[in-house]
Design a binder for this molecule. Structure first.
Ligand code: UT7
Length: 333
């Protein structure tokens, strides 16, 4: 069977217009700008309008339009959409199908939603690579888009200070024969035994939301921050190392690491365990907080736009999330 290489053709992002600073949060929960910044690295986050226009597929539409221009492609060139989100517009139909219509795609492309929380983009990138390799797809739109403000308990200072809304996308396509730019290696894994560390138990088939849940604010996400922190640093470092081993490349060859942006202390600890200097690590958590599946593609897109990441650079994506899910991908951009 003939196989192909995959590469990133273009990227885009969307951040909601409304910015909520730590000082704004001081007015709604018992916290301080100083505590949030020192413990998480976050200064502000973007929050979607509830009036419309900034729901997950709206943000994805705006981001994809830019990615299509960057990739010099038309919507109908996309033959597979992978939409990673834990906050889809609606439960049915899936967000990828909604986005297909918004983009005006008429080629009946395959539409897949994936629910792997903050690892969503890295899962999507690895899936896209595999599908392009085998010829199942030629041009895959990978989306990470979240409106976490809908599932955050704004009375819970343990979680509400951490999250934000936003979207990042990448169009992955077939690399020309002999191309230096390609996805070099990937790794995906999960440990379901840690599911209780970060969950939203109310609102599914087992326990549909009732008026009593809403009265007691039980319908929101719940997180055991300390447990997540420990697993995160270990998993990110292990997957980062394994991914490089798979590609047969040393850490010294890496130009940039794009870690999931959950907490600056997680990022710094991981960099320390891996043994990579922080000036090779892309950090934008101060501006967006944790946007789950959107952190990696937003960080990548911004770094490309800022001229930091250039074609030919070796880039390591590394993420973990609820599930617990995790994964890494090494690309030559
Ligand atoms: O995307 C993946 C999912 N998320 C994560 O991976 C998050 C991972 N975890 C974390 O980022 C950190 O554990 C947190 C930022 C959530 C918490 O930081 P921490 O350093 O582990 O704080 P802590 O929970 O140990 O709390 C320390 C103190 C406590 O007070 P006492 O018991 O020492 O008096 C908390 O009650 O800080 C208090 N505290 C706060 N104070 C002001 C907790 N949240 C806040 C707050 N403002 N927002």
């Amino acid at each position: 069977m003939k196989t192909y290489e995959a590469k990133i053709l273009g990227t885009g992002m969307y951040a909601p217009k409304k910015v909520v600073t730590n000082v704004d949060l001081e007015k709604i929960v018992d916290t301080t700008d100083q505590w949030i910044f020192e413990r998480t690295g976050i200064k502000e986050r973007h929050i979607s309008s509830t009036e419309g226009g900034e729901f997950p597929t709206d943000m994805a539409l705006a981001a994809t339009k830019d990615a299509l221009v960057a990739a010099n492609l038309q919507p109908n060139d996309i033959d597979f959409i992978i939409f990673a989100s834990v906050t889809p517009d609606v439960k049915l139909p899936n967000s990828a199908c909604i986005l297909q219509v918004k983009l005006g795609i008429t080629n009946n492309c395959a539409c897949l939603d994936i629910s792997v929380a903050c690892s969503g983009f890295v899962y999507g990138l690895n899936l896209a690579n595999s599908m392009i390799k085998t010829g199942l797809a030629k041009t895959v739109l990978v989306v990470g888009s979240e409106m976490l403000s809908r599932v955050v308990n704004w009375k819970d200072r343990n979680t509400c200070i951490l999250f934000g809304d936003g979207c990042g996308v990448a169009i992955i396509g077939r690399a020309e024969e002999g191309s230096e730019s390609k996805v070099l290696a990937g790794i995906l894994n999960s440990d379901g035994t840690g599911g209780e560390f970060f969950s939203q138990p109310i609102g599914g088939a087992v326990t549909p939301t009732t008026a009593a849940h809403i009265e007691n604010d039980e319908q929101f996400m719940q997180m055991k921050g300390k447990e997540m922190f420990k697993v995160a640093t270990r998993t990110l470092a292990e997957n980062g190392k394994k991914c490089l081993e798979l590609a047969g490349l040393p850490l010294s060859a890496v130009d940039w690491v794009i870690p999931h942006q959950a907490n600056i202390r997680i990022i710094e600890t991981t960099a320390n365990i891996l043994g990579i200097e922080m000036d090779k690590v892309i950090v934008n958590i101060h501006k967006y907080g944790n946007t789950s599946a959107a952190t990696c593609p937003i960080a990548f897109h911004e770094a490309v736009m800022e001229g930091k990441i250039k074609r030919g650079d070796l880039v390591l994506f590394d993420a973990f999330g609820a599930g617990l899910t995790a994964g890494a991908a090494l690309i030559r951009y």
